[in-house]
Design a protein around this ligand. Structure first.
Ligand code: NAD
Length: 499
Protein backbone atom coordinates (compact mmCIF):
# COMPACT_ATOMS: atom_id res chain seq x y z
CA UNK A 1 0.00 0.00 0.00
CA UNK A 2 1.39 3.44 -0.88
CA UNK A 3 1.80 5.78 2.05
CA UNK A 4 -0.01 9.06 2.19
CA UNK A 5 2.75 11.57 2.78
CA UNK A 6 0.77 14.45 4.27
CA UNK A 7 2.05 17.28 6.44
CA UNK A 8 0.39 15.56 9.43
CA UNK A 9 2.23 12.35 8.65
CA UNK A 10 5.58 14.13 8.64
CA UNK A 11 4.73 16.04 11.84
CA UNK A 12 4.05 12.67 13.48
CA UNK A 13 7.40 11.28 12.23
CA UNK A 14 9.08 14.37 13.67
CA UNK A 15 7.40 14.10 17.06
CA UNK A 16 8.40 10.42 17.33
CA UNK A 17 12.03 11.13 16.55
CA UNK A 18 14.81 10.90 19.15
CA UNK A 19 17.96 11.76 17.21
CA UNK A 20 21.21 10.25 18.46
CA UNK A 21 23.94 12.89 18.67
CA UNK A 22 26.93 10.99 20.06
CA UNK A 23 29.90 9.70 18.09
CA UNK A 24 29.75 6.13 16.79
CA UNK A 25 33.10 4.49 17.53
CA UNK A 26 33.97 0.79 17.48
CA UNK A 27 30.33 -0.23 17.22
CA UNK A 28 29.04 1.89 20.11
CA UNK A 29 27.89 5.41 20.89
CA UNK A 30 30.30 7.59 22.77
CA UNK A 31 30.07 11.07 24.23
CA UNK A 32 32.89 13.49 23.44
CA UNK A 33 36.01 12.90 25.56
CA UNK A 34 35.50 16.35 27.06
CA UNK A 35 31.77 15.72 27.60
CA UNK A 36 31.04 18.84 25.56
CA UNK A 37 28.12 19.13 23.16
CA UNK A 38 26.81 21.70 20.72
CA UNK A 39 23.24 22.40 19.57
CA UNK A 40 22.18 22.34 15.95
CA UNK A 41 19.70 25.10 15.06
CA UNK A 42 16.95 23.86 12.71
CA UNK A 43 17.04 25.85 9.45
CA UNK A 44 13.32 25.32 8.81
CA UNK A 45 12.23 27.36 11.86
CA UNK A 46 15.32 28.57 13.71
CA UNK A 47 14.51 26.42 16.76
CA UNK A 48 17.11 24.42 18.68
CA UNK A 49 17.45 20.92 17.23
CA UNK A 50 19.66 18.01 18.21
CA UNK A 51 22.57 18.12 20.64
CA UNK A 52 25.75 16.67 19.24
CA UNK A 53 29.04 15.51 20.68
CA UNK A 54 31.63 18.23 20.20
CA UNK A 55 34.58 16.10 19.11
CA UNK A 56 38.24 16.97 19.34
CA UNK A 57 41.61 15.30 18.73
CA UNK A 58 41.08 12.75 21.52
CA UNK A 59 37.85 11.51 19.92
CA UNK A 60 39.54 11.37 16.53
CA UNK A 61 42.37 9.32 18.08
CA UNK A 62 39.86 6.85 19.52
CA UNK A 63 38.03 6.49 16.19
CA UNK A 64 41.26 6.08 14.21
CA UNK A 65 42.51 3.47 16.71
CA UNK A 66 39.25 1.50 16.29
CA UNK A 67 39.47 1.76 12.50
CA UNK A 68 43.12 0.67 12.52
CA UNK A 69 42.43 -2.30 14.78
CA UNK A 70 39.55 -3.45 12.56
CA UNK A 71 41.69 -3.09 9.46
CA UNK A 72 44.72 -4.94 10.85
CA UNK A 73 42.57 -7.75 12.22
CA UNK A 74 41.32 -8.43 8.69
CA UNK A 75 37.82 -8.96 10.09
CA UNK A 76 36.35 -7.11 7.11
CA UNK A 77 38.89 -7.03 4.30
CA UNK A 78 39.64 -10.78 4.55
CA UNK A 79 36.00 -11.85 4.79
CA UNK A 80 34.64 -13.89 1.87
CA UNK A 81 33.63 -11.37 -0.83
CA UNK A 82 30.17 -12.92 -1.08
CA UNK A 83 29.62 -12.37 2.64
CA UNK A 84 30.81 -8.77 2.40
CA UNK A 85 28.47 -8.19 -0.50
CA UNK A 86 25.51 -9.57 1.46
CA UNK A 87 26.25 -7.23 4.38
CA UNK A 88 26.42 -4.17 2.15
CA UNK A 89 23.21 -5.13 0.36
CA UNK A 90 21.50 -5.62 3.72
CA UNK A 91 22.77 -2.18 4.74
CA UNK A 92 21.22 -0.68 1.58
CA UNK A 93 17.92 -2.45 2.39
CA UNK A 94 17.96 -1.09 5.96
CA UNK A 95 18.52 2.44 4.65
CA UNK A 96 15.42 2.04 2.46
CA UNK A 97 13.44 0.49 5.31
CA UNK A 98 14.29 3.49 7.55
CA UNK A 99 13.78 5.96 4.72
CA UNK A 100 11.18 8.18 6.39
CA UNK A 101 13.23 8.52 9.56
CA UNK A 102 16.45 9.25 7.65
CA UNK A 103 14.64 11.77 5.47
CA UNK A 104 13.37 13.58 8.56
CA UNK A 105 16.82 13.61 10.19
CA UNK A 106 18.26 15.14 7.02
CA UNK A 107 15.53 17.76 6.77
CA UNK A 108 15.87 18.71 10.43
CA UNK A 109 19.57 19.32 9.91
CA UNK A 110 19.66 20.99 6.51
CA UNK A 111 16.17 22.38 5.85
CA UNK A 112 15.54 20.78 2.46
CA UNK A 113 11.97 19.55 1.76
CA UNK A 114 11.40 16.23 3.47
CA UNK A 115 9.94 14.72 0.28
CA UNK A 116 13.17 15.63 -1.54
CA UNK A 117 15.19 14.09 1.31
CA UNK A 118 13.15 10.92 0.90
CA UNK A 119 12.83 10.61 -2.87
CA UNK A 120 16.29 11.90 -3.80
CA UNK A 121 18.74 11.77 -0.88
CA UNK A 122 17.67 8.55 0.84
CA UNK A 123 17.12 6.79 -2.49
CA UNK A 124 20.52 7.75 -3.91
CA UNK A 125 22.26 6.92 -0.65
CA UNK A 126 20.82 3.39 -0.62
CA UNK A 127 21.50 2.97 -4.35
CA UNK A 128 25.13 4.02 -3.82
CA UNK A 129 25.74 1.50 -1.04
CA UNK A 130 24.05 -1.18 -3.17
CA UNK A 131 26.09 -0.30 -6.27
CA UNK A 132 29.41 -0.80 -4.47
CA UNK A 133 28.14 -3.81 -2.51
CA UNK A 134 27.32 -5.50 -5.80
CA UNK A 135 30.86 -4.88 -7.07
CA UNK A 136 32.58 -6.69 -4.22
CA UNK A 137 32.51 -10.21 -5.69
CA UNK A 138 33.22 -9.02 -9.23
CA UNK A 139 36.62 -7.40 -8.73
CA UNK A 140 39.58 -9.22 -10.25
CA UNK A 141 43.31 -8.68 -9.84
CA UNK A 142 45.78 -8.88 -12.74
CA UNK A 143 48.68 -11.02 -13.86
CA UNK A 144 51.31 -8.91 -15.58
CA UNK A 145 53.17 -10.11 -18.69
CA UNK A 146 56.57 -11.62 -17.69
CA UNK A 147 59.05 -14.16 -19.03
CA UNK A 148 58.23 -17.89 -18.66
CA UNK A 149 60.01 -18.31 -15.33
CA UNK A 150 58.13 -15.71 -13.39
CA UNK A 151 54.61 -14.81 -12.38
CA UNK A 152 53.77 -11.27 -11.35
CA UNK A 153 50.50 -10.62 -9.59
CA UNK A 154 49.22 -7.06 -9.63
CA UNK A 155 46.94 -6.95 -6.64
CA UNK A 156 44.53 -4.15 -5.84
CA UNK A 157 44.66 -3.80 -2.07
CA UNK A 158 42.76 -1.51 0.29
CA UNK A 159 44.69 1.53 1.50
CA UNK A 160 43.95 1.12 5.22
CA UNK A 161 42.25 3.80 7.31
CA UNK A 162 40.31 6.35 5.27
CA UNK A 163 39.17 9.65 6.75
CA UNK A 164 36.04 10.95 5.00
CA UNK A 165 35.16 14.63 5.53
CA UNK A 166 31.82 15.62 4.04
CA UNK A 167 29.71 18.77 3.52
CA UNK A 168 26.17 19.65 4.51
CA UNK A 169 24.42 20.13 1.17
CA UNK A 170 23.74 16.47 0.24
CA UNK A 171 25.05 14.74 3.37
CA UNK A 172 23.66 11.24 2.90
CA UNK A 173 24.40 11.06 -0.82
CA UNK A 174 27.97 12.25 -0.47
CA UNK A 175 28.55 9.98 2.54
CA UNK A 176 27.44 7.05 0.37
CA UNK A 177 29.71 8.15 -2.50
CA UNK A 178 32.65 7.79 -0.11
CA UNK A 179 31.59 4.99 2.25
CA UNK A 180 30.36 2.74 -0.60
CA UNK A 181 33.64 2.35 -2.52
CA UNK A 182 35.95 2.79 0.52
CA UNK A 183 34.25 0.02 2.50
CA UNK A 184 33.64 -2.22 -0.53
CA UNK A 185 37.39 -2.06 -1.21
CA UNK A 186 38.07 -3.38 2.31
CA UNK A 187 39.14 -0.20 4.10
CA UNK A 188 38.10 1.06 7.52
CA UNK A 189 36.63 4.56 7.66
CA UNK A 190 36.38 7.47 10.08
CA UNK A 191 33.62 9.75 8.81
CA UNK A 192 33.54 13.41 9.92
CA UNK A 193 30.25 14.88 8.70
CA UNK A 194 29.74 18.64 8.54
CA UNK A 195 28.79 20.10 11.94
CA UNK A 196 25.50 21.19 10.36
CA UNK A 197 24.53 17.69 9.23
CA UNK A 198 25.65 14.88 11.53
CA UNK A 199 22.38 13.09 12.27
CA UNK A 200 22.03 11.03 9.11
CA UNK A 201 25.72 10.03 9.27
CA UNK A 202 25.31 8.62 12.78
CA UNK A 203 22.17 6.73 11.74
CA UNK A 204 23.88 5.34 8.62
CA UNK A 205 26.68 3.94 10.80
CA UNK A 206 24.18 2.35 13.19
CA UNK A 207 22.40 0.70 10.27
CA UNK A 208 25.69 -0.57 8.81
CA UNK A 209 26.50 -2.16 12.16
CA UNK A 210 23.01 -3.68 12.32
CA UNK A 211 23.54 -5.11 8.83
CA UNK A 212 26.66 -6.92 10.05
CA UNK A 213 29.53 -4.53 9.30
CA UNK A 214 32.08 -5.37 12.03
CA UNK A 215 32.75 -2.87 14.82
CA UNK A 216 35.45 -0.35 13.94
CA UNK A 217 35.03 -0.57 10.15
CA UNK A 218 32.82 2.52 10.09
CA UNK A 219 33.18 5.18 12.78
CA UNK A 220 31.58 8.62 12.93
CA UNK A 221 33.06 11.56 14.83
CA UNK A 222 30.96 14.71 15.03
CA UNK A 223 32.16 18.24 15.61
CA UNK A 224 33.56 21.38 14.04
CA UNK A 225 35.98 21.39 11.13
CA UNK A 226 38.90 22.93 13.00
CA UNK A 227 38.38 20.71 16.04
CA UNK A 228 37.70 17.31 14.44
CA UNK A 229 38.31 17.55 10.67
CA UNK A 230 41.75 19.07 11.10
CA UNK A 231 43.11 16.46 13.56
CA UNK A 232 41.71 13.74 11.29
CA UNK A 233 43.47 15.19 8.25
CA UNK A 234 46.69 15.67 10.24
CA UNK A 235 46.56 12.20 11.80
CA UNK A 236 49.69 10.09 11.33
CA UNK A 237 47.71 6.85 11.23
CA UNK A 238 45.18 7.89 8.59
CA UNK A 239 46.19 6.73 5.11
CA UNK A 240 43.84 8.83 3.01
CA UNK A 241 41.43 11.75 3.26
CA UNK A 242 38.45 11.75 0.92
CA UNK A 243 37.11 15.29 1.16
CA UNK A 244 34.10 17.07 -0.28
CA UNK A 245 33.63 20.72 0.55
CA UNK A 246 34.84 24.19 -0.33
CA UNK A 247 37.95 24.87 -2.38
CA UNK A 248 39.27 26.95 0.53
CA UNK A 249 39.18 24.03 2.99
CA UNK A 250 40.31 21.61 0.25
CA UNK A 251 43.56 23.57 0.01
CA UNK A 252 44.02 23.27 3.78
CA UNK A 253 43.51 19.50 3.53
CA UNK A 254 46.33 19.21 1.00
CA UNK A 255 48.53 21.16 3.40
CA UNK A 256 47.64 18.89 6.33
CA UNK A 257 48.52 15.83 4.25
CA UNK A 258 51.88 17.35 3.40
CA UNK A 259 52.56 18.39 7.00
CA UNK A 260 51.80 14.93 8.37
CA UNK A 261 52.34 11.56 6.65
CA UNK A 262 51.87 12.34 2.91
CA UNK A 263 48.50 10.66 3.11
CA UNK A 264 46.58 10.37 -0.14
CA UNK A 265 44.00 13.07 -0.77
CA UNK A 266 40.93 13.16 -3.01
CA UNK A 267 39.12 16.50 -3.29
CA UNK A 268 35.63 17.26 -4.55
CA UNK A 269 35.36 21.03 -4.32
CA UNK A 270 33.32 24.02 -5.45
CA UNK A 271 31.96 25.09 -8.82
CA UNK A 272 30.56 27.96 -10.89
CA UNK A 273 29.13 25.99 -13.75
CA UNK A 274 28.05 27.57 -17.06
CA UNK A 275 24.84 26.66 -18.86
CA UNK A 276 25.16 27.98 -22.41
CA UNK A 277 22.06 28.63 -24.53
CA UNK A 278 22.31 29.36 -28.26
CA UNK A 279 19.45 31.11 -30.08
CA UNK A 280 18.55 27.95 -32.02
CA UNK A 281 17.94 25.93 -28.82
CA UNK A 282 14.63 24.60 -27.55
CA UNK A 283 14.12 27.54 -25.18
CA UNK A 284 11.46 25.82 -23.09
CA UNK A 285 13.82 22.94 -22.34
CA UNK A 286 16.68 25.36 -21.69
CA UNK A 287 14.56 27.49 -19.33
CA UNK A 288 13.45 24.49 -17.32
CA UNK A 289 17.02 23.14 -17.09
CA UNK A 290 18.40 26.55 -16.11
CA UNK A 291 15.81 27.06 -13.37
CA UNK A 292 16.05 23.57 -11.85
CA UNK A 293 19.81 23.40 -12.44
CA UNK A 294 20.38 26.56 -10.41
CA UNK A 295 17.55 26.58 -7.87
CA UNK A 296 17.20 22.94 -6.82
CA UNK A 297 18.29 22.48 -3.18
CA UNK A 298 18.02 26.30 -2.89
CA UNK A 299 21.15 26.65 -5.00
CA UNK A 300 23.21 24.77 -2.40
CA UNK A 301 24.62 22.43 -5.03
CA UNK A 302 28.28 22.27 -6.02
CA UNK A 303 27.48 21.72 -9.71
CA UNK A 304 24.52 24.16 -9.82
CA UNK A 305 24.21 25.95 -13.16
CA UNK A 306 24.88 29.35 -11.61
CA UNK A 307 26.13 31.10 -14.75
CA UNK A 308 23.62 31.32 -17.59
CA UNK A 309 25.34 32.29 -20.84
CA UNK A 310 22.71 33.20 -23.42
CA UNK A 311 22.91 34.40 -27.01
CA UNK A 312 21.94 38.07 -26.71
CA UNK A 313 19.02 37.95 -29.19
CA UNK A 314 17.06 35.50 -26.97
CA UNK A 315 18.01 36.74 -23.49
CA UNK A 316 14.66 38.44 -22.73
CA UNK A 317 12.62 35.54 -24.08
CA UNK A 318 14.61 32.99 -22.10
CA UNK A 319 14.44 34.96 -18.84
CA UNK A 320 10.64 35.28 -19.18
CA UNK A 321 10.42 31.50 -19.56
CA UNK A 322 12.74 30.90 -16.58
CA UNK A 323 10.58 33.18 -14.45
CA UNK A 324 7.44 31.30 -15.52
CA UNK A 325 8.95 27.86 -14.76
CA UNK A 326 10.33 29.04 -11.42
CA UNK A 327 7.02 30.50 -10.29
CA UNK A 328 4.86 27.62 -11.46
CA UNK A 329 7.06 24.58 -10.69
CA UNK A 330 9.63 25.34 -8.02
CA UNK A 331 7.50 25.80 -4.94
CA UNK A 332 9.37 27.32 -2.00
CA UNK A 333 7.54 26.18 1.11
CA UNK A 334 8.02 24.90 4.64
CA UNK A 335 10.13 21.72 4.32
CA UNK A 336 7.47 19.51 5.94
CA UNK A 337 4.89 20.57 3.35
CA UNK A 338 4.81 17.62 0.94
CA UNK A 339 4.35 19.96 -2.02
CA UNK A 340 7.54 21.95 -1.31
CA UNK A 341 10.16 21.70 -4.04
CA UNK A 342 12.75 23.81 -2.25
CA UNK A 343 13.09 24.81 1.39
CA UNK A 344 15.42 26.65 3.75
CA UNK A 345 19.07 27.58 3.50
CA UNK A 346 21.46 25.86 5.85
CA UNK A 347 21.76 28.54 8.55
CA UNK A 348 21.13 32.16 9.39
CA UNK A 349 24.75 33.16 8.90
CA UNK A 350 24.76 31.60 5.43
CA UNK A 351 21.48 33.31 4.49
CA UNK A 352 22.95 36.66 5.53
CA UNK A 353 26.11 35.94 3.53
CA UNK A 354 24.03 35.19 0.41
CA UNK A 355 21.93 38.35 0.91
CA UNK A 356 25.17 40.32 1.31
CA UNK A 357 26.54 38.92 -1.96
CA UNK A 358 23.30 39.85 -3.72
CA UNK A 359 23.49 43.43 -2.39
CA UNK A 360 27.15 43.72 -3.41
CA UNK A 361 26.29 42.37 -6.89
CA UNK A 362 23.58 45.00 -7.33
CA UNK A 363 26.02 47.74 -6.34
CA UNK A 364 28.35 46.51 -9.10
CA UNK A 365 25.51 46.94 -11.61
CA UNK A 366 23.92 43.47 -11.87
CA UNK A 367 20.23 44.04 -12.76
CA UNK A 368 17.65 41.97 -10.89
CA UNK A 369 15.02 40.38 -13.16
CA UNK A 370 13.10 38.80 -10.28
CA UNK A 371 13.38 37.17 -6.83
CA UNK A 372 16.51 36.76 -4.68
CA UNK A 373 14.82 38.13 -1.55
CA UNK A 374 14.41 36.87 1.97
CA UNK A 375 10.97 35.25 2.36
CA UNK A 376 8.96 33.22 4.92
CA UNK A 377 10.70 35.06 7.76
CA UNK A 378 7.56 34.53 9.89
CA UNK A 379 8.57 30.83 10.17
CA UNK A 380 11.77 31.78 12.00
CA UNK A 381 13.67 29.86 9.29
CA UNK A 382 16.15 30.96 6.64
CA UNK A 383 14.63 31.27 3.18
CA UNK A 384 15.60 33.13 0.01
CA UNK A 385 13.42 33.09 -3.10
CA UNK A 386 15.01 31.96 -6.40
CA UNK A 387 16.25 35.01 -8.30
CA UNK A 388 17.81 35.96 -11.61
CA UNK A 389 20.20 38.77 -12.51
CA UNK A 390 20.60 39.84 -16.14
CA UNK A 391 22.81 41.85 -18.51
CA UNK A 392 25.85 40.88 -16.48
CA UNK A 393 29.50 40.52 -17.38
CA UNK A 394 31.67 37.63 -16.27
CA UNK A 395 33.92 39.83 -14.14
CA UNK A 396 31.12 40.73 -11.70
CA UNK A 397 31.28 39.09 -8.28
CA UNK A 398 27.91 37.31 -8.73
CA UNK A 399 29.38 35.63 -11.82
CA UNK A 400 32.66 34.64 -10.18
CA UNK A 401 31.96 33.63 -6.57
CA UNK A 402 30.31 30.41 -5.53
CA UNK A 403 27.21 31.92 -3.87
CA UNK A 404 25.61 28.65 -2.72
CA UNK A 405 22.16 30.22 -2.78
CA UNK A 406 19.33 30.41 -5.37
CA UNK A 407 20.91 33.13 -7.51
CA UNK A 408 21.38 32.90 -11.27
CA UNK A 409 23.83 35.22 -13.05
CA UNK A 410 22.92 35.82 -16.72
CA UNK A 411 25.65 36.86 -19.15
CA UNK A 412 24.72 37.58 -22.78
CA UNK A 413 27.12 36.68 -25.64
CA UNK A 414 27.29 37.33 -29.39
CA UNK A 415 29.35 34.45 -30.82
CA UNK A 416 30.27 30.84 -30.13
CA UNK A 417 33.88 31.86 -29.61
CA UNK A 418 32.92 34.45 -27.01
CA UNK A 419 30.59 31.98 -25.24
CA UNK A 420 33.36 29.41 -24.92
CA UNK A 421 35.81 31.98 -23.62
CA UNK A 422 33.35 33.08 -20.91
CA UNK A 423 32.37 29.50 -20.05
CA UNK A 424 35.99 28.56 -19.34
CA UNK A 425 36.88 31.85 -17.64
CA UNK A 426 36.54 30.56 -14.06
CA UNK A 427 38.82 28.94 -11.50
CA UNK A 428 36.37 26.02 -11.34
CA UNK A 429 35.72 23.08 -13.68
CA UNK A 430 33.01 20.94 -12.17
CA UNK A 431 30.22 20.93 -14.76
CA UNK A 432 28.68 22.74 -17.71
CA UNK A 433 25.97 22.43 -20.35
CA UNK A 434 25.21 23.53 -23.88
CA UNK A 435 21.77 23.96 -25.43
CA UNK A 436 21.59 24.02 -29.24
CA UNK A 437 19.92 22.09 -32.06
CA UNK A 438 23.17 22.15 -34.05
CA UNK A 439 24.76 18.82 -33.14
CA UNK A 440 28.13 19.72 -34.68
CA UNK A 441 28.28 22.74 -32.41
CA UNK A 442 27.05 20.71 -29.42
CA UNK A 443 29.86 18.22 -29.98
CA UNK A 444 32.52 20.91 -30.47
CA UNK A 445 31.39 22.91 -27.48
CA UNK A 446 30.99 20.00 -25.08
CA UNK A 447 34.54 18.84 -25.87
CA UNK A 448 35.87 22.36 -25.32
CA UNK A 449 34.24 23.15 -21.97
CA UNK A 450 36.86 22.31 -19.37
CA UNK A 451 34.74 20.50 -16.78
CA UNK A 452 34.31 17.04 -15.26
CA UNK A 453 30.75 16.70 -16.63
CA UNK A 454 29.16 18.42 -19.64
CA UNK A 455 25.51 17.98 -20.55
CA UNK A 456 24.00 18.52 -24.00
CA UNK A 457 20.42 19.84 -24.06
CA UNK A 458 19.83 18.80 -20.44
CA UNK A 459 21.21 19.44 -16.96
CA UNK A 460 22.08 17.35 -13.93
CA UNK A 461 21.27 13.97 -15.45
CA UNK A 462 23.46 11.19 -14.09
CA UNK A 463 23.54 7.70 -12.68
CA UNK A 464 25.97 5.62 -10.67
CA UNK A 465 27.73 4.43 -13.81
CA UNK A 466 29.11 7.92 -14.50
CA UNK A 467 32.06 9.43 -12.59
CA UNK A 468 31.52 12.77 -10.89
CA UNK A 469 34.14 15.37 -9.98
CA UNK A 470 36.04 18.35 -11.20
CA UNK A 471 38.92 19.84 -13.11
CA UNK A 472 40.94 22.88 -12.04
CA UNK A 473 40.07 24.17 -8.53
CA UNK A 474 36.97 21.96 -8.41
CA UNK A 475 39.35 19.24 -7.25
CA UNK A 476 40.56 15.83 -8.38
CA UNK A 477 39.60 12.21 -7.89
CA UNK A 478 36.18 10.99 -8.89
CA UNK A 479 33.16 9.89 -6.89
CA UNK A 480 30.60 7.42 -8.33
CA UNK A 481 31.06 4.73 -10.98
CA UNK A 482 33.29 1.64 -10.91
CA UNK A 483 36.34 3.93 -11.12
CA UNK A 484 35.76 5.32 -7.61
CA UNK A 485 36.96 1.98 -6.18
CA UNK A 486 40.47 2.69 -7.57
CA UNK A 487 40.73 5.78 -5.39
CA UNK A 488 40.51 3.64 -2.26
CA UNK A 489 43.00 0.97 -3.42
CA UNK A 490 46.69 0.71 -4.05
CA UNK A 491 48.42 -1.58 -6.49
CA UNK A 492 50.74 -4.14 -4.98
CA UNK A 493 53.06 -6.29 -7.08
CA UNK A 494 53.94 -9.80 -6.00
CA UNK A 495 56.69 -11.27 -8.19
CA UNK A 496 57.34 -14.98 -7.99
CA UNK A 497 60.42 -16.49 -9.72
CA UNK A 498 60.49 -20.15 -10.75
CA UNK A 499 63.37 -22.46 -11.59
P1 NAD B 1 33.30 23.38 3.98
O1 NAD B 1 34.55 23.30 3.17
O2 NAD B 1 33.10 24.56 4.85
O3 NAD B 1 33.20 22.11 4.95
C1 NAD B 1 33.28 20.80 4.45
C2 NAD B 1 33.73 19.88 5.56
O4 NAD B 1 35.04 20.26 5.97
C3 NAD B 1 32.87 19.96 6.83
O5 NAD B 1 32.75 18.67 7.38
C4 NAD B 1 33.68 20.85 7.75
O6 NAD B 1 33.45 20.64 9.11
C5 NAD B 1 35.09 20.43 7.37
N1 NAD B 1 36.13 21.41 7.69
C6 NAD B 1 36.02 22.77 7.77
N2 NAD B 1 37.20 23.31 8.10
C7 NAD B 1 38.09 22.29 8.21
C8 NAD B 1 39.47 22.22 8.51
N3 NAD B 1 40.20 23.30 8.79
N4 NAD B 1 40.06 21.00 8.51
C9 NAD B 1 39.35 19.88 8.23
N5 NAD B 1 38.03 19.89 7.96
C10 NAD B 1 37.41 21.09 7.94
O7 NAD B 1 32.11 23.15 2.95
P2 NAD B 1 30.54 23.17 3.26
O8 NAD B 1 30.16 24.58 3.52
O9 NAD B 1 30.19 22.11 4.24
O10 NAD B 1 29.96 22.68 1.84
C11 NAD B 1 29.81 23.52 0.78
C12 NAD B 1 30.98 23.39 -0.18
O11 NAD B 1 31.12 22.03 -0.60
C13 NAD B 1 30.78 24.17 -1.45
O12 NAD B 1 31.98 24.82 -1.81
C14 NAD B 1 30.42 23.10 -2.48
O13 NAD B 1 30.69 23.44 -3.82
C15 NAD B 1 31.26 21.97 -2.01
N6 NAD B 1 30.74 20.70 -2.53
C16 NAD B 1 31.40 20.07 -3.54
C17 NAD B 1 30.90 18.88 -4.05
C18 NAD B 1 31.61 18.14 -5.17
O14 NAD B 1 31.32 16.96 -5.35
N7 NAD B 1 32.52 18.76 -5.88
C19 NAD B 1 29.71 18.35 -3.55
C20 NAD B 1 29.05 19.04 -2.53
C21 NAD B 1 29.58 20.21 -2.02
Amino acid sequence: MTKNYTRDYWESVLSGLKPEGRHFIDGAHRAAATGETFTRIRPMDGKPGARLARGNAADVDAAVAAARAAFESGIWRKKDPLERKKIMLKWADLIRAHGDELAMLETLDVGKPVMASLTVDVRLCADGIQFYGEMIDKLYDEIAPTGPNARALVRKVPIGVVGAITPWNYPMIIDAWKLGPAIAAGNSVVLKPAEQSSLSAIRLAELAFEAGLPAGVLNVVTGYGEETGKPLALHMDVDMIAFTGSTEVGKLIMGYAAQSNVKRVALELGGKSPLVVFADADLDAAASAAAWGCFYNSGETCHASTRLLVERSVQDQLIAKIEAVTKSDIALKHPLDPSAQIGALIEEEHMKKVLGMIAAGEKEGARRAFGAEQVLSETGGYYISPGVFVDMTNDMSLARQEIFGPVLATIPFDSEEEALKIANDTIYGLAGAVFTKDMDRAHRFSEAIHAGTVWINTYDMSNFATPFGGFKQSGFGRDRSVHAIDKYCDYKTIWQQFG
